[in-house]
Design a protein around this ligand. Structure first.
Ligand code: FAD
Length: 249
């Protein structure tokens, strides 16, 4: 099987985000970048699938810049066979990223299974996976928390409101990974050394953004807390405030 993983870099969720003077992007100076956490689950599931289907390969694609190399080397150390950085000039949105990925995957000879994260914790669009599936003309199963495969067919589990849903299907297909799908592995020293010999290449692509961010705003400041009493004496005033001020009961 030719297995594909789409991986992106996002600001570390612990980073304090500051909106840039333009009002349409964030200040990138001083921001620490990490691999999108959902993409770690996607990579792990792709490697597990490869291990179950001997002769398979895993290729990781990132639309980005050379600074993605460090993360891609880690993906190679964990078990991916090749990694590609797709470079593109200009502003990008989800549809442009999906178009760049689809073109690069097609140019690399197509795929039997694509693994994306369910969303990036940067823009939270949850759009690239399904858009990519549409561009590749493949089915798409989103937000997986379970996955089993015999190499030809699969059974995927999705978490839905109040329960779980099981979807069966056959490859090729695009999947998006949710938290809980698996426990991503760590690479050992031997694998890290061996990863240096695996191909990490770059290519260029073009795709125009179909949307633009016209404004960003931080969440409204939360009002300061109020101490209305201690112990049992606080119960009556708290109930009064919940009923008459916040009107939540
Ligand atoms: C080079 C570059 C320039 C950009 N320029 C702008 C800009 O000018 N203005 C602006 O507002 N935004 C810009 N962006 C951000 C871009 O709009 C978002 O990355 C894009 O819309 C994806 O949306 P999302 O982050 O919500 O991903 P989601 O749709 O939530 O991501 C879901 C999954 O798709 C895959 N994926 C997402 N992004 C990538 C990627 N880059 N490479 C590989 N796989 C990916 C991952 O598997 C991810 O888990 C830029 C991004 C890049 C890489």
């Amino acid at each position: 099987m030719k297995i594909t993983v789409c991986m992106c870099r996002v600001p570390d969720t612990a980073t304090r985000i500051v909106i840039a003077a333009s009002g349409t992007s964030i200040e990138t100076q001083g921001v620490q970048y990490i691999v999108n956490p959902f993409d770690e689950f996607a990579l792990e599931e792709a490697i597990k699938l490869k291990e179950k289907a001997p002769g398979s390969t895993v290729t990781v694609f990132t639309v980005g810049k050379d600074d993605a190399q460090k993360d891609l080397k880690t993906a190679l150390a964990k078990g991916a066979d090749a990694a590609v950085i797709i470079k593109a000039d200009g502003a990008l949105d989800a549809s442009a990223v999906a178009r760049l990925l689809a073109d690069a995957i097609t140019a690399a000879g197509g795929t039997d299974a694509v693994w994306c994260g369910k969303q990036s914790v940067e823009d939270d669009a949850a759009a690239v996976g399904p858009m990519l599936a549409a561009l590749l003309d493949l089915p798409c199963v989103t937000r997986l928390v379970g996955f089993e495969s015999d190499g030809a067919t699969f059974k995927a589990t999705r978490e839905i409101e109040g329960g779980r849903e099981e979807i069966g299907g056959a490859f090729p297909c695009v999947f998006t990974a949710d938290k809980g799908l698996n426990k991503p592995r760590q690479a050992g020293l031997k694998e890290i050394m061996a990863a240096g010999k695996k191909p990490l290449t770059s290519t260029t692509g073009t795709a125009a953004a179909a949307t633009v961010v016209v404004g960003m705003a931080p969440p409204a400041e939360r009002p300061a807390g109020r101490i209305v009493g201690n112990g049992a004496a606080a119960v009556a005033p708290v109930i009064d405030l919940l009923r008459n001020e916040s009107k939540v009961i």
